[in-house]
Write a protein that binds this ligand. Structure first.
Ligand SMILES: *Cc1c(COP(=O)(O)O)cnc(C)c1O
Length: 384
């Protein structure tokens, strides 16, 4: 069955769940009826089948190969999204700690990571005790409205912290770190949900990386956790098994029913990255080209498109901008929608416009958006 790519999918700039490569969508479409070599719908294959156990192993190996991970790391496929990890990380490595874990507050999602890591003593009932978390915000961009990121050299971090946590790409504001943050002597934990597998990463400098799938890797429903083996020994006792990373390491991400479909799509995406894109270095080249097209369109717009992000900290994944008035912004979004673009409205917490350029967004689609921006500018430049 031949099909032409759906233009609406091609022009999807959503912040997440986001666009996926058309060749992957085609395979997903076929798999709803029958997975090649299995003959069953992907929605009806047992998680205890040999096929699925092999699929998990293969996906893990592909993530390892893409990141160049050593055997000192485990790759897990978990549920609960990045939001669950905000709390799981703190419960595992921080509860009852004498020294605070240090966090960077650089935007909306790192703010959420701090909320999720903050819990009080639960020891009102004897036998149900669980110690409080101990969190310190080492740097906050709140007062400058999250328009720029700190540099390593300006941070005063403690060598005694049980871990250091940050968000590599702030999806809502459109900021991305260009260096690995934190001290090498402190376990480094990073939420890479919105830029995981978009470029090579020095994974061996991290104790734990987590990223849900729905921005760059697949559909919602699965979260990848890359955890260093030595971190398993540091997990606080008393956690329920489901919240203890060791349970999932031992069960090879098959402790309870995993999201079979989501993991299957992640597998297809990792194959696409390796075989069609040619690896993460090549993915980065394409992603940088896409970002340059839109940032150039902003910078050359003579005030029609306004970026408030410090240029050095701009994210290649989420390009955020505003227009000179609310009325123009509304008109821009309305016209974009009628031209087939979707997902361009900024996050509900900040408004404005956001074009998310995840791996699945093509260079061609990005060029079409830049052309639309240019036409809109020409037509409306006399309106402000
Ligand atoms: C989207 C996003 C989240 C939220 O993830 P859920 O899977 O919805 O819990 C967390 N962190 C970052 C950086 C994000 O971009």
């Amino acid at each position: 069955m031949l099909r032409t790519p759906n233009d609406r999918n091609l022009l999807n700039f959503s912040g997440g769940p986001g666009a996926l490569a058309d060749s992957v969508l085609q395979q997903v479409q076929a798999s709803i009826d029958s997975v090649p070599g299995v003959g069953l719908s992907i929605l009806g294959i047992s998680h205890r089948s040999k096929w699925f156990i092999d699929l998990v192993r293969d996906t893990e190996e592909r993530v390892r190969a893409l990141l160049g991970l050593s055997n000192a790391y485990h790759v897990l496929f978990l549920q609960g999204g990045a939001t669950q990890q905000f709390s799981t990380v703190a419960m595992a490595f921080n509860a009852g700690s004498a020294h605070p874990a240090e966090y960077l507050e650089t935007g909306y999602w790192s703010g959420k990571s701090i909320e999720g890591a903050t819990f009080k003593d639960m020891n009102e009932k004897p036998g149900l005790s669980y110690p409080a978390s101990n969190i310190k915000v080492a740097w906050s961009g709140r007062d400058s409205h999250y328009t720029q990121l700190p540099r390593n050299q300006e941070l005063k971090l403690s060598k005694d912290a049980p871990y250091f946590h940050y968000v590599s790409n702030e999806t809502v504001e459109g900021l991305q770190f260009k260096e690995v943050m934190g001290l090498d002597s402190v376990a480094r934990i990073c939420d890479m949900s919105s830029d995981f597998l978009s470029a090579p990463v020095a994974a061996d400098r991290y104790a734990l990386i987590y990223a849900h799938a729905q921005k760059n890797l697949g559909p919602a429903g699965v979260t990848i956790v890359v955890i260093k083996d030595s971190m398993l020994e540091r997990i606080k006792p008393g956690l329920p098994p489901f919240l203890d990373y060791r349970t999932h390491v031992q069960a090879h991400s098959n402790f309870n029913t995993p999201p079979v479909f989501a993991i299957y799509v992640v597998n297809l995406i990792t194959r696409w990255l390796m075989q069609e894109v040619g690896g993460l270095a090549q993915m980065e080249v394409i992603n940088q080209q896409k970002a340059k097209i839109l940032y150039d369109a902003i910078d050359e717009s003579q005030g029609m498109y306004l970026s408030s992000v410090n240029p050095y900290d701009r994210s290649p994944m989420n390009v955020t901008f505003k227009l000179p008035s609310q009325a123009l912004e509304k008109e821009f979004l309305r016209r974009a929608e009628s031209r087939g673009f979707s997902g361009l409205g900024g996050h509900r917490s900040v408004g404005g416009v956001r074009a998310s350029l995840y791996n699945g967004v093509t260079l061609g689609a990005t060029q079409r958006l830049a052309e639309f921006m240019s036409e809109f500018k020409t037509e409306f430049s006399s309106h402000f």
